[in-house]
Design a protein around this ligand. Structure first.
Ligand code: ATP
Ligand code: MG
Length: 390
């Protein structure tokens, strides 16, 4: 029945002159998202974006389109040649479907795009509702204030259109409209969610992962690659930088207090991430930290981590509970991969009793025993890079 999707976007509508750029980006991102299903006609028309469905199942296509950042909703619609009687027939068709799925009340909303048409929008609604009631009055009632179903009828310059439901999107801003960020991607639940949230605000994402191969397995890197692949569905092609920090962790282990291991390695990760971010012209770092979640994420821990870099660090999960983070992970499809039991470099070398209130001066004092610059440079010199695509 449905032959087209109407793509609704929110915030980008208010961006003034940039609107045009945003829309073009959105069209491109929708096409990309749909690539695995097929080639679709996606286009702008009178300040809206449409996707022609051809013979595809509307639910399958809408499910993909709604994942594109910047889209607030997707409406499956029927579009036909400009003919008012046809419009009424289509409205009846859509209403019949709503009745079949259990709706008990409805109302008609109309839009007149053709200002020369004999009816105003309001007159259209009254006329079409009258027609519909005459056909289905024994099965559904009209409710102007709180209808279960709305039948939206449009009489436009070149065609007519009817739709009812809006499938919600994720909102946000089109990818690539807000600079670039380097995301510290572990194999856990949090960091993929943090990356996704920042990408949702229009930032392009690159990922950096730290491992201690051969102490951490090949499989644990495979897991991170899988997570990056899921993210790339939303973020487009994603570059993954893989850094071996075994020598760094050994040096910390030999020279520093056991209980400071986690916080000092975290500071090394941040410094390396910043150096790579700068070389890749990224504007910020992203982590999946959340206040108080683990020993290294107490306010004192975060203060020590933060002090290791000068670049802005985005922590979109900072005030979220684990259950809220898990909800998002499930929604975006990273959860099942994140919970696979692969070891992380932090768990391999984790101290039995990490400091929960590290003091920056102490940590800095401990680091004086290390050749920080050289350790960082050696790690950077051996980075492996992969470009990951969905
Ligand atoms: P996650 O679920 O993201 O692993 P976590 O609760 O396990 O989070 P930590 O291990 O303390 O938290 O890590 C906090 C943040 O530091 C992570 O969200 C991630 O951004 C970064 N991080 C930790 N370990 C790594 C790693 N091996 N590679 C890259 N980033 C990491
Ligand atoms: Mg982790």
């Amino acid at each position: 029945m449905y032959n087209i999707l109407i793509v609704k976007y929110g915030e980008i509508g208010v961006k003034g002159k940039n609107r045009y750029l945003f829309e073009n980006k959105l069209v491109k991102n929708v096409k990309n998202m749909l690539k695995p299903i097929g080639k679709f006609d996606v286009y702008k028309e009178y300040g809206r974006i449409y996707v022609n469905l051809e013979d595809h199942d509307y639910e399958e296509v809408a499910e993909e389109v709604r994942k594109v950042f910047g889209i607030v909703g997707v409406c499956p619609a029927i579009r036909a040649e400009k003919d008012y009687d046809k419009l009424k027939e289509l409205a009846l068709q859509v209403l019949e479907e709503k009745i079949a799925s259990g709706a008990k009340t409805f109302k008609v909303e109309s839009k007149r795009g053709d200002k020369d048409f004999k009816f105003t929008s309001q007159e259209m609604s009254i006329d079409i509702a009258g027609f519909l009631v005459s056909k289905v009055h024994d099965r559904i009632g009209v409710d102007i204030r709180k209808p279960e179903t709305k039948i939206v009828c449009e009489y436009r310059q070149n065609h007519v259109m009817v739709y009812s439901d809006t499938i919600p999107g994720y909102g946000g801003l089109p990818l690539g409209t807000n600079g670039r960020a380097m995301s510290l991607l572990s194999g856990g639940i949090d960091s993929p969610v943090a990356s996704w949230m920042v990408a949702k605000r229009g930032m392009e994402i690159e990922a950096i992962h730290f491992h201690t191969y051969p102490f951490t397995s090949e499989k644990s890197q495979e897991k991170v690659r899988d997570l990056a692949r899921i993210l790339s569905k939303y973020c487009g092609r994603l570059r993954l930088h893989k850094v071996n920090i075994l020598e760094i962790q050994k040096a910390i282990g030999m020279n520093c207090n056991d209980e400071e291991m986690t916080i000092i390695s975290r500071r090394f990760m941040m410094r390396i991430a910043q150096a790579v971010a700068e070389s890749r012209r990224c504007d910020a770092l992203v982590t999946g930290e959340s206040i108080g979640q683990v020993a290294s994420q107490t306010i004192q821990g975060l203060t020590c981590t933060n002090a290791s870099v000068t670049m802005p660090v985005f922590r979109p999960l900072i005030a979220m509970d684990k259950t809220e983070i898990i909800d998002i992970a499930q929604k975006i499809g990273t959860f099942e991969t994140s919970i696979l039991p692969e070891e992380d470099c932090c768990t391999v070398f984790a101290p039995k009793k990490p400091v929960t209130k590290p003091r920056l001066e102490r940590i800095e004092k401990s680091e004086e025993k290390l050749d920080v610059e050289k350790l960082i440079q050696d790690a950077i010199d051996n980075i492996e890079v992969e470009d990951i695509e969905f």
